[in-house]
Design a protein around this ligand. Structure first.
Ligand SMILES: [Zn+2]
Length: 208
């Protein structure tokens, strides 16, 4: 599952076909690795109809037995829904220098080239984690501890790097493009007819 010593692991939805589940190390558990090169600008995950969405009300009604697993393998949408990815995307691990970030759309893209054998990672601070954790990602710019509020200081940089990658989207192979539900809006962003929505749209604050 994840890089974490804490209880939060945020999964993804349908993940790129050129990936596989892999044991990362005993402390981290399982992760997702590329089986061939995935270039910058590739959609690495998109939400699809088989992903299980659990409302906050339904989550509270579930027997306690279910909650640790859901907290570990789901992420929380901007609307506060818990989403459990049905494929190995739910094992995506955290890195403080992630390979994939979501623009303000319901997919993630590679923000740099991912070579065969490299791990796909995201920054859990974007997934509405409910508590912080000590990070074992080993990145050069590892924050040491990842907290929910980290996103506030990172969002402008995320928006910038994901925007750079998004403009490469038409230039690389996109096996997950058929799963993108708002293709016209994405095309408008890439063509400059509309802005690229900030990943702030994914932020959920339970106190709002
Ligand atoms: Zn880290």
């Amino acid at each position: 599952m994840s890089v974490l010593t804490g209880s939060s692991s945020r999964g993804r939805r349908v993940i790129h076909p050129d990936t596989e589940l892999r044991a990362v190390d005993p402390r981290v558990g399982m992760g997702v690795a590329a089986t061939s090169r995935i270039p910058k600008g590739t959609i690495t995950w998109a939400r699809d109809a088989l992903d299980l969405g659990v409302s906050r009300a339904d989550f509270r009604r579930l027997p306690e037995l279910f909650r640790p697993g859901l907290r570990k393998y789901t992420y929380i949408t901007g609307a506060g829904e818990y989403v459990l990815c049905w494929d190995h995307g739910r094992y995506l691990t955290h890195s403080c220098e992630p390979t994939c970030i979501s623009p303000g759309y319901d997919f993630e893209i590679a923000i740099r080239d991912i070579e065969a054998g490299d791990e796909l990672t995201g920054d859990y601070a974007i997934y509405n984690i409910e508590s912080g954790f000590d990070c074992l990602c080993g990145a050069g710019r590892c924050r040491g501890r990842v907290e929910p509020q980290d996103r506030l200081g990172l969002v402008d940089r995320w928006d910038q790097v994901v925007r750079d990658a998004l403009f490469l989207l038409p230039t690389v192979t996109q096996p997950l493009w058929p799963l993108v539900g708002n293709q016209a809006a994405v095309a408008d962003s890439i063509a400059g007819r509309a802005g690229v929505p900030s990943c702030r749209v994914h932020f959920f604050d339970p106190d709002d």
